[in-house]
Ligand binder design. Structure first.
Ligand SMILES: Cc1cc2nc3c(=O)[nH]c(=O)nc-3n(C[C@H](O)[C@H](O)[C@H](O)COP(=O)(O)OP(=O)(O)OC[C@H]3O[C@@H](n4cnc5c(N)ncnc54)[C@H](O)[C@@H]3O)c2cc1C
Length: 345
């Protein structure tokens, strides 16, 4: 078996490290900060886990099962299987049903009055995906780190900034001038990957609003699903509170492209607060606790996520995409196959 070196300890790096360690490789994960790093895009209270999208290819259908298995392997409880409800125009629901039948997904149609605290656009109904829900993202990262720390073939190296990648020789240069060489190298430094290897990515900055529901609705919200395609224009989404997390809101209008991560934030904060009005019935009853922004990257040519080969045995996950958390186990399998090929070469 060979050695795998991973730059970046976000969800991509950590889940790939687990997959490669289980395949029998020696694995080193380096991160410029603590592991896990609260400055990474992966570090947040929650992330949505769903499979039903308009362009569903079927590949994502088993994500639910993958996360159930990962939870069993890592221990702890980080998958809240509360379902995901997506707003769909009523006249397009047959398309959702056809897609679900084709991919074996369990769905149910829900009238908006079943979710009376959430604003649906006129003429929309809810498509309820049952095997889906919320990943408690910070808990996922901590559980992964605990598992990796116990594994004899894994080395975690926090506070080890990568300053250069030698793509020809599969090695990373660290800030202290040392080098780490692997049979296979993955650069999974999230939105910062483009500082290390040449890739064509676009940075998206999304503003999210955390609110606290009124006391009398706490138990309603704790059972509520993740909801997308809602709000007055059908572009809003929310992640429900529960297990100690807040209710989190955003919408398409709160996402914009920035030239680089250091670009000053230009978002009018009142707009962020307005998302509360657009998504929630009786919005004034919800207290805004925090507003923050966070970044994800897409391939500048396709607008999608991508895994790119940047050297004979070096790959980069520069474009992680807006679904990069839930798809991490899927991509980790693909990377493990590539690592096995590189080791065998
Ligand atoms: C607002 C928002 C909402 C989202 N919602 C969802 C969702 O609901 N569902 C979903 O599936 N996805 C969602 N995503 C996308 C998802 O969060 C990201 O795609 C994913 O977390 C990226 O993980 P990563 O491990 O690739 O990168 P990151 O989590 O950013 O990790 C990169 C790591 O690399 C380290 N690093 C950077 N530079 C260096 C260096 N030079 N040397 C060493 N280490 C370095 C960083 O410290 C960091 O720890 C959302 C994203 C945003 C912004």
């Amino acid at each position: 078996m060979g050695s795998v070196v991973i730059a970046g300890a976000g969800v991509t790096g950590l889940v790939t490290a687990i997959r490669c360690a289980r395949a029998g490789h020696r694995v080193t994960v380096v991160d410029r900060g603590p592991v896990p790093n609260h400055g990474s895009s992966s570090f947040d209270q929650h992330r949505a886990l769903r499979a039903l999208t308009t362009e569903n290819s079927g590949a994502a259908t088993d994500l639910h099962q993958r996360w159930v298995r990962l939870q069993t392997l890592l221990g702890g409880r980080f998958y809240r299987r509360v379902g995901v409800v997506s707003g769909w125009p009523a006249d397009r629901v047959t398309a959702a049903e056809t897609m679900a039948a084709r991919t074996g997904m369990r769905i149910a149609i829900l009238e908006p009055n079943r979710l009376p605290h959430i604003v649906f656009p006129d003429g929309y109904v809810g498509v309820h995906e049952l095997d889906a829900g919320v990943l408690l993202a910070e808990r996922v990262l901590h559980a992964a780190v605990r598992w990796l720390r116990r594994h004899p073939a894994v080395t975690l190296r926090p506070w080890s900034e990568v300053v250069a990648v030698d793509t020809d020789h599969a090695r990373l240069q660290l800030a202290d001038d040392s080098w780490i060489t692997g049979d296979f190298v993955l650069v999974a430094a999230g939105a910062w990957t483009r500082d290390l290897v040449r890739t064509a990515t676009e940075i998206h900055r999304q503003t999210i609003v955390y609110v606290r529901p009124p006391q009398e609705l706490t138990s309603w919200w704790e059972q509520a699903p993740t909801v997308g395609g809602v709000g007055d224009d059908g572009t809003g989404w929310l992640l429900p509170p529960g297990d100690g997390t807040l209710l989190k809101l955003s919408a398409a209008g709160m996402c914009r492209t920035v030239a680089d991560l250091a670009e000053p934030d230009d978002l009018d904060r009142t707009m962020a607060h307005r998302s509360r009005e657009r998504l929630l019935a009786a919005p004034q009853r919800y207290q805004v606790v925090a507003v923050r922004h966070c970044h994800y990257t897409v391939d500048a040519r396709t607008g999608e996520a991508a895994l790119e080969q940047v050297g004979p045995a070096v790959w980069a996950r520069a474009a992680v995409g807006g679904d990069g958390f839930r798809t991490a186990p899927l991509i980790a399998d693909r990377i493990a196959e590539l690592a096995a090929t590189a080791v065998a070469a």
